[in-house]
Design a protein around this ligand. Structure first.
Ligand code: COA
Length: 204
């Protein structure tokens, strides 16, 4: 699919871009540093023989799926350093025009409004660049930090999906949140920047 990928989006010191071969060292360091912090929220594979591939294979797989129009697998770069990932997946075209976003960030830069800004950039690209109509985010009800991300961005709570996704080795309930293009006529980044409080203005 042409014009879908690669994509680079940015706002202040935040850049969303494809994973690069040169990210390997920072990726390994960030994942190691945040292993405990990410564990309760990370999607797992119900196949007990599965393990997350090492970075070079992971990067190849993600970028390969992006070239086929199946994923937008962004690296989150903050002030020139790899700090996390935001992946848009589950594209549904035709009468739905919908996709789902997932994300994580290095605890050392948490609390600065980076992920809300990243979600806003990616959503605006999906709505304006790809013509999607709906962006969905699924969150465990226990994940207070992630619930704040969608709350601050104005996503609507669509309710609980029981035992929806395999997380940290078990099937976990999730709340589904969604936003449609009509909710943000001037874009989600614009709406987010208008509402965010002063202490979060590191990235915009
Ligand atoms: C959820 C997450 C992506 C939020 O990213 P972020 O860039 O820190 O987002 P924000 O800056 O908007 O902070 C969101 C909330 O996190 C909480 N928070 C702030 N600093 C924090 C810190 N140092 N440690 C933990 N939580 C923090 C606050 O409740 C904040 O809400 P507030 O703005 O009302 O204070 C991030 O916490 C994370 O990666 N968590 C682990 C993985 C995960 O949960 N992924 C999402 C799965 S659905």
């Amino acid at each position: 699919m042409s014009g879908f990928w690669p994509v680079v989006l940015s706002e202040g010191g935040l850049v969303l871009r494809p994973l690069r071969r040169q990210d390997a060292k920072e990726y390994v360091e960030v994942r190691r540093h945040n292993a405990e912090w990410l564990l309760p929220w990370e999607a797992t594979n119900p196949d007990p023989g599965y393990s997350l591939p090492a970075f070079p294979t992971l990067r190849r797989l993600l970028n390969g799926q992006a070239r086929q129009g199946l994923l937008l697998p962004f690296a989150i770069e903050v002030d020139g350093r790899f700090r996390g990932q935001l992946t848009v997946s589950s594209f549904q075209w035709g009468s739905l025009m919908s996709a789902t976003a997932g994300y994580w960030i290095d605890e050392r830069v948490a609390g600065r409004g980076i992920v809300p800004t990243a979600v806003a950039l990616a959503t605006d690209y999906c709505f304006s660049g790809l013509g999607l109509h709906r962006m969905e985010i699924n969150i465990r009800p226990e994940n207070a930090a992630s619930l704040r991300v969608v709350e601050k961005l104005g996503f609507r709570d669509e309710g609980i999906r029981e035992r929806y996704m395999h997380i940290d080795g078990k099937w976990c309930d999730h709340r589904t949140f969604a936003l449609v293009a009509e909710d943000v006529p001037f874009g989600l980044l614009d709406a987010w920047q208008r509402t965010r409080n002063r202490s979060e203005r590191d990235f915009g």
